[in-house]
Design a protein around this ligand. Structure first.
Ligand code: GLN
Length: 486
């Protein structure tokens, strides 16, 4: 069983349930691969904790009380708080922080039987598109070590692509599940805002933040998503009061007659030719599967960049005010009084991008600028959501690229934050509207790097997205390709 690390979640479930392998064997295999922390994907590993969880899973498998994913390993983005592992959100300000409780998503996956492998690297407080903003160093893309893995869930995407976890959690505020999934050739889904509880997910921009699974296939994502989602009304006021759903139940539905909307704004200048070619190839596959391509328009696509980069920093400036050296993590050593302690702690603890966003956010919310920036952005956000509802009168799902290019090389955008912001153009609209979106491997582009197809659905249509993604994965083998040496 030397290829345990290449098995799908689904395959691992059946091997574990038939007792062909034990949870301890599976965990041991992944822990061995994680030794030396390849790609800098992990921020915290504790093999004792992992093996103890695996033993509990083996006992449950033996006595017939196993959960649906019992014994299958998972790793969590370091934005989810965990009792048994440190949680830093990729920030120095939280170095050494340990939460007294588990995030709801972590707890739900554990209840389903998943064994935690560790915590995954990410951009500081999930702010970034390349994982270059982590205080603990960047993550290398397993397809090309000289390139970024995408962000902010870069460690999650790299870990799955490199066989360092069969599945991972991510968070997506403006594209942080979809874009790294695209850059690393894996599958990821951000559900409808409110589907997964945000309790214990360190807040970046609360009206946008959403958790989701990242794995090799749509089928595996469906298994995790079913376990992750569910109402958590007492602990997250924006959690949706909806029954849990079996997202794997409709994966094989026919796509005959499915109307796929193609927004013209997603195919304009700026989209690299290699990405376009791969996306076009996937769309042709959909036509072969019986779907119809329908031209649509999302006229305010471009405005999603300024709107998002006003609203997200505004919310972040408020959310991050709690990191002041009093309750959590880092505190400056030498200070004269309380205000000086706050200032020094925050100056030392936050990285440049986080500081930039706190300042932008405070500015757009301040007296005299609120109406001109924040209020305007909120109004346009509503119009962007309305544009989607107009589009969904003509189509069932929307398809396009996840990002304008494949993963770039380290340092290419490092001194140009706006270049990173602009590359979020295709993922931000669905985030602002709160719609579910996913990335599905669609081929390879420049430098042999993976390209993701983005599928966006209407509210609560995750099952339909996963069905469309699964059918594409039955017809193609892009999601089965692996980086050299995996
Ligand atoms: N790249 C976007 C940002 O930096 C999105 C990040 C995210 O989804 N967490 O804010």
């Amino acid at each position: 069983m030397s290829d345990l690390h290449n098995l799908s979640v689904k395959a691992l479930v059946s091997l574990l349930q038939t007792k062909e392998v034990s949870a301890v064997e599976v965990a041991t295999r992944f822990l061995a691969r994680m030794g030396g922390n390849p790609h800098n994907a992990y921020l915290d590993i504790d093999s004792e904790v992992t093996l103890a969880q695996a033993q509990v899973s083996d006992a449950k498998l033996a006595n017939g009380t196993a959960g649906p994913l019992e014994g299958v390993p998972v790793a969590h983005k370091d934005v989810f708080v965990t009792r048994d592992f440190a949680t830093t959100a990729g920030s120095k300000i939280l170095s050494g922080y340990r939460s007294p409780f588990d995030a709801t998503v972590v707890q739900r996956l554990r209840t389903a039987g998943m064994v935690t492998l560790g915590k995954l690297n990410c951009d500081e407080f999930a702010m970034g598109s390349a994982n270059e903003n982590s205080a603990y160093g960047p993550v290398q893309n397993p397809w090309d070590m000289a390139r970024v893995p995408g962000g902010s869930s870069g460690g999650s995407a790299a870990a799955v692509a490199a066989g360092l976890a069969p599945a991972a959690t991510g968070t997506d505020t403006g594209g942080s599940i979809r874009q790294p999934a695209s850059f690393c050739g894996i599958t990821g889904i951000k559900p409808t805002y409110g589907r997964a509880s945000r309790y214990g997910m360190i807040a970046y921009a609360s009206s946008l933040d959403q958790a989701g699974p990242m794995a090799r296939s749509a089928e595996d994502c469906a298994l995790l998503l079913s376990a992750m989602c569910g109402a958590d009304l007492d602990r997250d006021s924006t959690s949706l009061d909806m029954p849990t759903e079996d997202f794997a139940a409709s994966l094989n539905n026919s796509l005959e007659g499915l109307r796929i909307g193609i927004p013209k704004e997603f195919f304009g200048e700026g989209l690299h030719a290699d990405v376009r070619a791969a996306v076009d190839g996937a769309l042709r596959e959909y036509e072969k599967l019986g779907a119809k391509l329908v031209p649509i328009s999302l006229p305010r696509t471009e405005l999603s960049i300024p709107v998002y980069y006003i609203i997200a920093p505004a919310e972040a400036s408020s959310n991050l005010s709690r990191f002041d050296g009093v309750k959590f993590g880092h505190r400056a050593k030498d200070y004269t009084d309380l205000v000086d302690m706050y200032k020094k702690t925050r100056a030392e603890g936050f990285g440049n991008e986080v500081k930039r966003r706190i300042m932008t956010g405070a500015y757009v919310l301040s007296h005299g600028y609120y109406d001109a920036y924040y209020l305007q952005a909120q109004k346009i956000r509503r119009m962007i959501a309305d544009d989607f509802q107009n589009a969904f009168k003509e189509c069932d799902v929307i398809a396009g690229p996840v990002a304008p290019s494949v993963a770039w090389k380290f340092g290419e955008n490092a001194n140009d934050p706006v270049a990173d912001y602009l590359a979020d153009i295709f993922t931000l609209p669905a985030s602002l509207a709160g719609l579910p979106g996913m990335s599905v491997p669609a081929g390879f582009g420049a430098g042999g790097m993976p390209v993701g197809l983005q599928l966006i659905g209407n509210y609560f249509k995750e099952a339909q997205l996963l069905n469309a993604a699964h059918r594409l994965q039955q017809a193609t083998n892009f999601h089965l390709q692996k980086p050299a040496g995996v």
